[in-house]
Design a protein around this ligand. Structure first.
Ligand SMILES: Cc1cc2nc3c(=O)[nH]c(=O)nc-3n(C[C@H](O)[C@H](O)[C@H](O)COP(=O)(O)OP(=O)(O)OC[C@H]3O[C@@H](n4cnc5c(N)ncnc54)[C@H](O)[C@@H]3O)c2cc1C
Length: 442
C-alpha cells in the first residue's frame, strides 16, 4: 500500500509517525506500507520551529473542545476523545523528549522548538518513512486504477471503485492508494504553497471555507484624533486586561502598538473579530477593554482615597500607582477628550462622582477595530475543509482513501498549545484510522 502525505508539518509528520509505529509493532503479521511525506519547504516541520517564540508550546493540560472555534463542537469533542493531551506528552516522551509543564502550558524541557521537530523527523526516519523536502505539490487527482492517465481529474464517488491518486509535484509524479492532506495554512509565512493543493481539494468536490486570519493583532480606527493620540502616547505598554466583543470575553496581557491592539488576549478574541469583519461583513467591531480588570470601580476609588496624602496628590499620580504611568496618562487624556472637558489634575478638586466616572471609564474603554493583521502575520487561519464532509476518522465522505488532518480542517484553537494539540490529535486519528483498515492488495 502506498501512502502519500501532502505536507510535512506537525500534523502530517504525526500521522506518518502513527502509521509507521503501528506497522512497526505488528511487523510480523503485516506487510509494511510505503509511507512518503512530501513537503515544499527546505526542511520538514519548518513552522514548528517558530512556534511559542521558538520554544514550542506543544499542548495544554486544560484541553477541551471549548478551546476551539468550529461549526460543530461535537466534531472536535470526538477527535479529542480519541487522543488526550497526555497521549501527546507520552508520544513525545517515547521519542526521547523531556517535557516541562508551565502552569498547564507544555513545552519541551529544552525550551527549544527544534527539539520537537527533530524528534518527529528522526522518529519517522527510523521507522522507515520517506521524507522528501523541496517538493511542491502542483495537483492531486483521483484516477481510475485500471487506466491511470486517461481519467485523471475525475472525482469518483466513494463507493464507485478503488481510488488511485496521482500527485503531481514540481520534480516528480507520485501514485498512491491513500492520500493524507496535511497542507496546513499560510498563517505566519509569506510563501504560498497551499493554493495548488486547495485547488485540487475543490476539484475533488470538497467545500473549502475561506481562510481568514486568527490569533493576530487588530487595527483600531484612528480617524478620531483622540484615539490616534491615545495610541501614540501608550504604544509599547503591556498590561493585563479583560477584553469583550460580541458575547466573548478573555483575560490576559495586552500589548498596545502604534496601530492598535496586540498580545495574547487580543489573539484570543481575534477569531471573533475576523469573523465579524470578513464573514459578516461588518465595517467595524466594537471592543470593550477593562484596564482595571481585577477591581470593582468602587474598590478602586476606596483604594485611591486610602493612599497617603491623598488630598495633595494628582489624579495621574494616584492612578499611576495601579496602572502603567504612560497608560494612566493616555487614559486620562482620552477620557477628557471624550467628555470634551479637561479634568482637573488635583484630586482634591475632583468630586466623588467624577472620580467614580473616570474609574468606570477605565474599566470599559471602547475601541473600534476595522482590520485584522493579515494571514502572514497571524498564527493560524480559520476556515478550511468543512467538517461535515469528514468522517470521525477524518476520511473524506466524498472520496474514499482521502484523509485530512491539522489546520486545513475548519477548526482553529485559541492560543496556548491548542493548535499543535489539534495537529497531533488529528494526525493520530488519521494515522490510526488508516493503520486499522483492511487494505485490499492493489
Ligand atoms: C508564529 C507562530 C507561532 C505559533 N505558536 C504556536 C504554539 O506555541 N502552540 C500551538 O499550539 N500552535 C502554535 N502555532 C500554530 C501551529 O504552528 C499550527 O497550528 C500547526 O503548525 C499546524 O500544523 P499543520 O500540520 O496543520 O500545518 P503546517 O505546520 O503549516 O504544515 C503544513 C505543511 O504543508 C506544506 N505544504 C503546503 N502546501 C504544500 C504544497 N503545495 N506542496 C508541498 N507541501 C506543501 C508546508 O510546507 C508545511 O510544511 C503557531 C503558529 C505560528 C505561525
Amino acid at each position: 500500500m502506498r501512502i502519500i502525505i501532502a505536507g510535512g508539518g506537525a500534523s502530517g509528520l504525526f500521522a506518518a509517525y502513527t502509521i509507521a509505529c503501528h506497522y512497526h509493532r505488528h511487523s510480523a503479521d503485516m506487510t509494511k506500507p510505503d509511507i512518503t511525506v512530501l513537503d515544499a519547504n527546505d526542511v520538514l516541520g519548518k513552522k514548528i520551529l517558530s512556534t511559542g517564540n521558538g520554544r514550542c508550546n506543544l499542548c495544554n493540560t486544560d484541553t477541551d473542545a471549548l478551546k476551539y472555534y468550529c461549526e460543530d463542537n461535537l466534531f472536535v469533542k470526538k477527535i479529542l476523545a480519541q487522543f488526550h493531551y497526555s497521549d501527546a506528552m507520552k508520544a513525545f516522551n517515547r521519542m526521547g523528549v523531556a517535557l516541562k509543564d508551565k502552569g498547564g502550558y507544555v513545552y519541551p524541557r529544552s525550551m527549544q522548538a527544534a527539539t520537537i521537530s527533530s524528534a518527529l523527523i528522526n522518529a519517522c526516519r527510523l521507522l522507515g518513512v520517506k521524507l522528501i523536502n523541496n517538493c511542491v505539490i502542483k495537483s492531486i487527482t483521483c484516477v481510475d486504477s485500471s487506466n491511470d492517465s486517461s481519467s485523471a481529474g475525475k472525482a469518483y464517488n466513494r463507493h464507485e471503485k478503488n481510488n488511485i491518486f496521482c500527485i503531481e509535484a514540481d520534480k516528480s509524479t507520485y501514485y498512491a492508494d491513500c492520500v493524507i492532506l496535511a497542507y496546513g495554512s499560510n498563517a505566519g509565512i509569506t510563501t504560498d504553497y497551499t493554493g495548488t493543493v486547495m485547488k485540487s481539494v475543490k476539484s475533488l468536490g470538497h467545500k473549502l471555507h475561506t481562510y481568514l486570519p486568527s490569533l493576530c493583532s487588530l487595527y483600531v480606527d484612528m480617524t478620531k484624533k483622540h484615539y490616534a493620540d491615545f495610541f501614540k502616547k501608550s504604544s509599547g505598554v503591556r498590561t493585563d486586561i479583560v477584553v469583550k466583543a460580541e458575547n466573548f470575553s478573555y483575560a490576559g496581557e495586552l500589548q498596545i502598538t502604534n496601530y492598535g491592539l496586540s498580545g495574547i488576549v487580543i489573539f484570543q478574541i481575534s477569531h471573533i473579530v475576523s469573523e465579524s469583519l470578513y464573514q459578516k461583513k461588518k465595517r467595524e467591531v466594537k471592543l470593550y477593554v477593562d484596564f482595571l480588570a481585577s477591581y470593582e470601580s468602587t474598590d478602586v476609588c476606596r483604594l485611591l482615597r486610602t493612599q497617603h496624602f491623598y488630598e495633595k496628590r494628582t489624579l495621574l499620580d494616584l492612578i499611576s500607582g495601579i496602572l502603567n504611568g504612560k497608560l494612566a496618562l493616555a487614559l486620562i487624556q482620552l477620557y477628557s477628550a471624550m467628555i470634551n472637558r479637561q479634568i482637573t489634575p488635583d484630586v482634591k478638586n475632583i468630586s466623588e462622582e467624577e472620580l467614580l466616572e473616570v474609574i468606570s471609564f477605565m474599566k470599559n474603554v471602547s475601541f473600534y477595530v476595522n482590520k485584522t493583521n493579515d494571514i502572514a502575520h497571524a498564527q493560524v487561519c480559520m476556515g478550511g475543509v468543512a467538517t461535515q464532509e469528514l468522517t470521525d476518522n477524518l476520511e473524506s465522505r466524498l472520496i474514499e482513501n482521502l484523509y485530512f488532518c491539522g489546520e486545513c480542517i475548519d477548526v482553529d484553537g485559541i492560543c496556548g498549545g491548542y493548535n499543535l494539540m489539534w495537529a497531533w490529535a488529528t494526525g493520530y486519528v488519521v494515522g490510526r484510522g488508516i493503520a486499522n483498515r483492511e487494505w485490499k492488495p492493489a
